[in-house]
Every structure is written in C-alpha cells, then in structure tokens.
Design a protein around this ligand. Structure first.
Ligand SMILES: CCC(=O)SCCNC(=O)CCNC(=O)[C@H](O)C(C)(C)COP(=O)(O)OP(=O)(O)OC[C@H]1O[C@@H](n2cnc3c(N)ncnc32)[C@H](O)[C@@H]1OP(=O)(O)O
Length: 533
C-alpha cells in the first residue's frame, strides 16, 4: 500500500474512533450509577427495551445518536443523545419507527433539541409510512426552558398533532408507557391508537399529586391518581395492563403482529456484494478534506458487484465530470447517483448534466443518491456569462421537485449553493448522512476569513486605525477556527443537521436500509415547473 493510502486509512480510522467515543457517551449517559438507579425502579435502559421490541437477530438503525452535545443550554452543557432515542427497526418483518425517552437524561424531559429530534423521527415516519412505537418515560417539558419549547409550531404540542394525523393516515401509534408521563407528556399515552401501561411503574395525569393538592386540596398518590390500573380499568385512557417491562414489550409486538406486510414500490434485483473492499474508501479519501476525490472508487466499494453504469462519462471532461452521474444497485435496489468528483466545483456542464439526470431518474422512478463533496458553483465572469446562475437554479429546481426518494451523504466540503443543488437539509432529502469527512458551512473558513477580513480592514481604515499584520492573522485564524468548528460533523450532528454520522464501513448497509424504507410508499409522477434549459 502506498504511503498516502496508509496515511488516509489511519487518519479516517482515528477519526471514526472519536465518533465512537461520542456515541458511547450518549449510549452510556450517566454511567453505571444511572443504570443502577433504573434497575432499582425495575427498569432497563431504553435501548435494551428497543432491542427486545425488534425482531430477534435484526438491527436497530439508531439515528442522531450524537444529538445534544455542546448545546450550551443555560446550566446544562450537554444533553446526551438529546434525551431521546430513535431509529428504525423491524417488528414482525415491518420497518417501524421506534422512539424512546431516556429517563437518565434529566428524567427524559424535553429540551429544544429533544423536540427537534422527536419531530424528525415523526417526519420520517410520516413520509415513509412507518408505524410508530413510543417508549414513554418523560417528565414532560424541561421547565426552565419553557419559552423555547412550549407553544410554537414544531414544539411540544406538535408531537400530539403529528400523532393524531399519522393515526388518521392509518399509521399505528403505539405507546409503551414505562414511567411518569406528566402534564403535556401524558398525551403521549392518551393520543396513541393503543397504549400499554406497566403496573406500579407507569402513570399519567394532566396534573400530578402536588398540583392536585394545590388546586383542589385533594391528597392522592400518583398510583391512585393515574396509575396503570386506573387508566386500563377505570378511565379507559390506556388499553393494556402489563406486569413489567418484558410483558409490555411482548404486548406491543403482539399488537403489531396484526399489521399487513410492507413491500417496496419498485423492482428489486438480486443483491450482490461489492467486488471492491470497503477499505478502498478509507485508503482513497484524502485526509485533507479540501483535496479532490476520485468518487468512482468510492462507488465501486458500495455498489452491488462494484458496478457503476455511468451516464455521460465522456461529456465535458475536466468541467462536466466534477459531478458524475449514473446508476448503481444497493442490495438489489436501483439507485440514480449524482456525485461530486475531483475538486467538486460545479461548472455549467456539471450542473446541466446533473439536472438532466435528476429529471431522467424521476421519469424512470428511480430513487436518487447525492454524494456531496462540493465547495460550490463556479464563480467568475466566464461562468456567469455561460449561465451558471440559471443552470444552478435549474439543478436546485430539479432537486426540489423530484418526486423520487432522495438521500444525501456528505463526504467532503458542503458549502454555498452546492449544499442546495446537492440536496441539503432544506431540500428535504428522505435521509441525510454525514461522515467524518463532511464539512457543512456557508463557505470554507478560509473564504469566510478573507471576506470578513476585507470588511474589517475597511472599517478600521475608515476609523483611522488600520489593522496591523498581527491583528490580521489573528482575525483570520479566529474565523477559520470558528468555521472549522461549526462545519464539523459533530457540531452538525449535535444540532440534527444530519440524521447520522456514518462510518465509511457503514455506508452500504445504511444507504440500502434508507432507500428501502424510503420506497415503502408509491412514487409520485414527475412535475418540474419552469426549467430554463
Ligand atoms: C407541556 C407541559 C408539560 O410537559 S409540563 C411538565 C410538568 N412535569 C412535571 O411536573 C414532572 C416533574 N418531574 C417529576 O415528577 C419527576 O422528576 C419524574 C418525571 C417522575 C421522574 O422522577 P425521578 O425518576 O425520581 O427523577 P428526578 O425527579 O430525580 O429527576 C431527575 C432530574 O430531572 C429533573 N427534572 C425532572 N422533571 C423536570 C422538569 N419537568 N423540568 C426540569 N427538570 C426536571 C430533576 O430536577 C432532576 O434533575 P437533577 O438530576 O437533580 O439535576
């Protein structure tokens, strides 16, 4: 192996170890002490319950595990995992959205990031047509931050709005209540299509005993006010009484055993393993994230049979092939690819080719994979006069209007309007994945430092106090550090700008799962509005 490849491989393996540490911090929030505390209450950590909910021997595809780190909420620097766990797993063969509060993180209460994560899970479920299971164990709103979580759209009330509407669409909303779900949190039990409560462990009420005492003078225990027996035998607010968590898990599985089987809406070919090893990705992605990439190698390491049927391979070489287009199969699922290549700068020819391919795949009803490593569209008079603005806009329009499932994975720079054209978050891809090589920001730190420095220089010169050379360097370094920090996959993952930071070795399995889930609903017909051509 060449020295460069070895350097690359070691670099990315070390980077992914950093990721593993952060994931571990979320999974083991509170450490052994927190697990012991749960155990005294007869409870298991929520991920253990989820592992039992899904079919034996299958994988739980947990999303956004690194949410909530470094949020700097007043007095609470980290919310491990955002305080809620969610992901997709199979229950009786059907892909199902499973969410669970993590009571080890401030009693499973809802911070702004918790809500954002909960909403994202529901949005994926609604879009892909997944039944939902809620493992509910939450103290409700995190009260010190009520102003940022309570009344607005996409805040606390939206959880129940979403449950109601998904239920009306025929998507089952099942709640397994395994703790105190108080006040607003109680609706997660009462809004469900079917609710399972655990005796002497779960309770739900709009106002807890202290509030009742204050409001009416009534002295009553939590159990007598809204315990599992009260709601399953008296109020009718819940439907199944279970003796413990194991019993409750079995009941939820039994309820969902009556669901019809799912199938994907397009033809699936026989899956084949790639011929190229996954280590090719580690070896060939430069450790320097600003260095160009050879994306065909990456595709060969994830595609069935390492086959990439390239579209317009010969077109406008050196400009058009900063995006490569074509088809691969992922575990038998045909996928149209739009991938950054080389330096990834999008020239007119690349934008036109990408737009053409998006339209073509939409007509064929083939889902789209965007592999993003682009620092932006080409600037300058030649590019402007050739119409980069309008062709870039065409690409953005095609991305926006394509009815087929679209998934983005970033493996390099993700800047400027290239974030839009390559199906960034605002373009609502079904799933958006980052890797340790992705860097998402409006521009690179170096460019931002240059632009901001020129503004600062003008300002200081006008004040008659021009910047010294040392001040200029300090200013630039500060700006680069800020941008590098904010573009990093950890920063973005903490804020749910991605659905997961994937290891390169996970790309094939996760993309195949994501396409399969995204294809459970029928694909609409193409309609693109006013493309300029
Ligand atoms: C939309 C409207 C709403 O949701 S209003 C929300 C109203 N919520 C409530 O009244 C619930 C109050 N909390 C409780 O009753 C208990 O904490 C429950 C949820 C039963 C959990 O009890 P337990 O397992 O013993 O944990 P704990 O009390 O030691 O709490 C652990 C840490 O979490 C905190 N916590 C709890 N609830 C809230 C809350 N709603 N807002 C802010 N913080 C909350 C506790 O203070 C405690 O924090 P710390 O670990 O001591 O720093």
């Amino acid at each position: 192996m060449s020295a460069t490849k070895l350097t690359n491989r070691e670099h990315w393996e070390a980077q992914e170890q950093e990721l593993a540490k952060l994931v571990e911090a979320a999974v083991n929030a509170g450490g052994e002490k927190a697990v012991e505390r749960l155990s005294k209450q007869g409870k298991q950590p929520v991920r253990n319950l989820i592992a039992k909910l899904i079919d034996p021997g299958t994988e739980f595809f947990e999303l956004s595990t690194i949410a909530g780190f470094g949020m700097d909420y007043p007095g609470v620097p980290d919310i491990p995992g955002g305080g809620v766990v969610y992901g997709i797993g199979k229950i009786h063969g059907n892909w199902t959205m499973i969410l669970g509060n993590d009571p080890r993180v401030k009693a499973g209460t809802y911070f702004p990031i918790t809500l954002k994560k909960h909403m994202r899970a529901q949005a994926i479920a609604e879009r892909c047509g997944l039944n939902c299971v809620y493992v509910a164990d939450s103290g409700g709103a995190f009260l010190p931050m009520q102003a940022e979580i309570f009344p607005d759209d996409q805040q606390f009330g939206s959880m129940f709005f979403n449950m109601a509407r998904m239920s009306a669409m025929g998507l089952k909303q099942i709640t397994l209540s395994t703790g105190g779900n108080t006040a607003g949190g109680a609706y997660i039990v009462f809004m469900a299509c079917q609710s399972v409560m655990i005796d002497k462990m779960a309770y739900s009420f709009l106002g807890g005993p202290p509030l009742v005492k204050a409001a009416t003078g009534e002295d009553i225990s939590a159990e007598d006010l809204g315990g599992a027996k009260i709601h399953t035998q008296v109020s009718g607010g819940a439907d199944h009484l279970c003796k413990d968590q194991e019993d409750a898990v079995s009941k939820v599985r039994e309820i969902l055993s009556m669901e019809p089987p799912q199938s994907i809406s397009i033809h699936r070919f026989e899956p084949k393993e790639p011929k190229q090893p996954v280590t090719d990705i580690y070896d060939n992605l430069p450790a320097n994230v600003h260095q160009g990439i050879k994306t065909r190698t990456i595709l060969k390491a994830i595609a069935d049979d390492s086959e990439f049927l390239e579209y317009k391979k010969e077109y406008a070489k050196g400009r058009g092939d900063n995006i490569i287009t074509g088809k691969i199969r992922l575990k038998g699922i045909p996928v149209g690819v739009i991938a950054s290549n080389n330096a990834g700068i999008i020239f007119v020819e690349a934008a036109r080719k990408a737009t053409e391919w998006i339209v073509r795949c939409s007509q064929e009803k083939i889902p789209l994979l965007f592999i993003q490593a682009s620092p932006g569209y080409m600037v300058g008079s030649q590019s402007e006069h050739m119409g980069i603005g309008k062709y870039g806009a065409d690409m953005v329009r095609a991305v926006s209007c394509a009815q087929v499932p679209r998934i983005q994975i970033a493996i390099g720079p993700d800047n400027g309007a290239a974030n839009y054209g390559m199906c960034g978050r605002a373009y609502k891809p079904h799933f958006l994945f980052h890797t340790m090589r992705s860097r998402t920001s409006v521009m690179s730190g170096r460019s931002a430092a240059f632009v901001l420095l020129s503004i600062e220089e003008r300002k200081r010169a006008a004040q008659g106090n021009p910047l010294t050379e040392e001040e200029k360097i300090e200013f630039q370094n500060k700006m680069i550090a800020k941008y590098d920090g904010e573009a990093h996959p950890f920063y973005c993952g903490a804020r749910l700008l991605s659905d997961k930071v994937l290891c390169f070795s996970e790309m094939r399995d996760w993309l195949a799962m994501a396409f399969e889930v995204s294809l459970l609903k029928p694909i609409g017909d193409p309609a693109f509005g006013n493309l300029r051509f």
